[in-house]
Structure formats: C-alpha cells, structure tokens
Design a protein around this ligand. Sequence first.
Ligand SMILES: [Zn+2]
Length: 264
Amino acid sequence: MTDIHPQIPALRTLQRQDRRLTSLEKKLGGIPARISGLDSDLHKLEQLLVAERGKLEETRSFQSRQENQLHDEEDQIRNSKAKLGQIKTARELNAQQRELETTRRMVQTRTGEISKLQDAVSKTEQQIAKMEAQLSALRSAAEAEKLRLAAERTYLEENIDKARKLRAKSVQGIEREILANYERIRKRLGGLAFVAAHRERCTACKMMIPHILYMRLLKGREILPCESCGRLLYWSGHFPEDHEKHETLKPKPAEDVVPGVPEF
Ligand SMILES: [Zn+2]
C-alpha cells in the first residue's frame, strides 16, 4: 500500500465522494415530484367527490320534481272523486271513472319510482360520506408526508453542501490531467470513472482485463484505463475494504450490466 501511486487513493476517495454526492442530489431532485404526486392524488379524489356531489344534486332535484307531480296527481284524484257525485249521465260517469283509474295507475308508478330515487340518494350520500372520510385521511397523510419531505430536503441540502466542500478539498490533491480525464469519463459514462479491477475483471463493465494489464495494476504504480469501457482502474487488493466488497458481491453476467450506469 505504501508504494502505490499516491493518486490512486486520492482518486478513489474522490470517486466515493462523487457517488455519495450524486446519490444525495438524485434524492433531492426527486422531492418535487413526490410532492406533486401527493397533490395530484388529493386532487383526483377531490374531483371524484365533486362529481359524486353533482350526481346527488341531480338525483335530488329529479326526485323533488317527481314528488311535485305526485302531489298534482293526488289533487287530481281528489277533484275527480268530488266530481263523481255531481255526474248526471252514465256516459259521463264512465269517462270520469276511466280518468280516475288512469291517474291512480300513474300515482302508483310514480310512487315506486320515487322510492327507487330515494334509495339512490341514500346510496350516493353514503358514498359521499365514505369519500369525505377518505379525503380527510389522505389530506392528513399528505400533510405529514410533506413535513417529512421538508425535513428530508433540509437534511439533503445540508449534506450536499458538506459533500461539495469535501469534494473541493479532494480535487486539490489530484493532478490536473488525471482529474480532467476522470471528469470526462464520469460525464460520458454516467458517474463512474475510477473503478476497481477484481479477479482480472473490471468491476464496472465486468469484462476480462488482459493479464499483462492486470499485472501492472497489481503493482499499483500507474493509473490505466479499462480496454473495454475506458474507465480508469485500480486493483481492489490495494484496499481490503474493496476486496471484501467485491468478494461478497455476486458476479453478474456481462449482458445484465448497462454500461455507464453507476451501481449505488
Ligand atoms: Zn471496464
């Protein structure tokens, strides 16, 4: 460890800081979408409630029109009955009785319909009460979640600030040319630019490293690129922590790995 290129541990530290920084920034960047998701869920339920209340109003107003018509028909029956006593001829009596019968049938049908409308009104009222309870629960949950997200945002912002300061310090210890190379690869390959070579494979692209190149990495005196993905390599064996990590990781087949996507 003592005679390896001093830029190796420096770059490794920078890469670890960048990984953490990217992860923190990604979490922070996801917060607005989570807040608007909460608002959108609330809005959807509010709209459903508005529609349900509209339906209730319509049914109630239809029911009230039916009830008015029923009253009119009942008045009609009373009038017809009163008239029956004053009728002189059998023909007039027949006509009056037929009219009375028709009105009675209408009253019967309408009474049945009003009862069905009343059932529909009760059902919609129950549905509205259920939705109001859901909405109220959702509002409380959303408020609590927003408070939690606000706290998370503060935490992330503070930590991003700290991480950026640490990074600025680390960058000072890295040679300009190596840093420029590192930044270029990081930009091109989505974050990972300095990766371990472990058991003769690049741990980022999982491709085999030619034996001669691997031997040079083992010596730790140079920073060399992976011939497959172009990332800069160091040997995992120089850092027991990295060696352990890659020993315990299950090897993934090369086709499952999307090039350039960092594994956080
Ligand atoms: Zn590679």
